[in-house]
Design a binder for this molecule. Sequence first.
Ligand SMILES: [Zn+2]
Ligand SMILES: [Zn+2]
Length: 279
Amino acid sequence: MSNMKKIIANYHTHTKLCGHAIGMSEDYVKQALERGFLEIGISDHGPIPRSWMSPETYDAMWLSRQMDFEMYKEIYLPDLERTIKKYGHLIKIYKGVEIEYIEGYDDYYQALLKDLDYLALGMHFFKYKGKFCNTYEEMDIELLKQYALTAQKAMESGLFKIFVHPDLFMYNYVLTESPLVFDEICEEVAKDIIEAAIKNDVYLEVNAGGVAKGKISKDLDEYYYPRSEFWKIVKRYPEAKVIIGCDAHKPSALDDDALLDTLKFVEEIGLKVESKVMF
Ligand SMILES: [Zn+2]
Ligand SMILES: [Zn+2]
């Protein structure tokens, strides 16, 4: 069996509505069929209400280039329905979004789930002391701990099925000179996340989109994400459910070298990976 055949599903798929991807759901479903997938979940960046933050913050968190609630209702959902009608007898298609968790708005997320099969938690930003912090920007110990706390609360809410790129918190952790630092704080954060995922039956995603971005540098044999140190800790928890996600921003990402490299990454660590998400 070729390595690629081990992957039979993907639940992390964007569309051009996010402003930095190409194709709509049908393009991805066609590619998934060609690849022989049994399931695909479409999960573009879900709409975050403007009322949750100032217009400046909304821009700074890249939300103005993604779909808003109106596009979600009028374009995204109808597009998914059309694709399901056309291809639903050939492949199981799930309707989802990738979305941040902001505490205090669980009703909003519940309302999204009336239209969708699942929410994927993606923490590109989070709230701390009344302000929004971008995960890609400099993170210190306090922010790392807040990332973990928010992730725990999100998973405890029961709203999320998958936590995508959970190890994004080390992207720009600048406590020391070396971007490769994985200290006891990182380990603590990792454990908090993994234990909350197990407790709340949330899948942890090894993100092939991060692999596609390449290694940190020629000399540092690590991706910004997925980070091997994080997944080596996951390996110590046999109950943890792990899934590979393409984070596809173009249809070809369902079948590319980054996906093969992601398989290699999990195999080198010896991680057990689920082939499908159980809904
Ligand atoms: Zn993401
Ligand atoms: Zn994504």
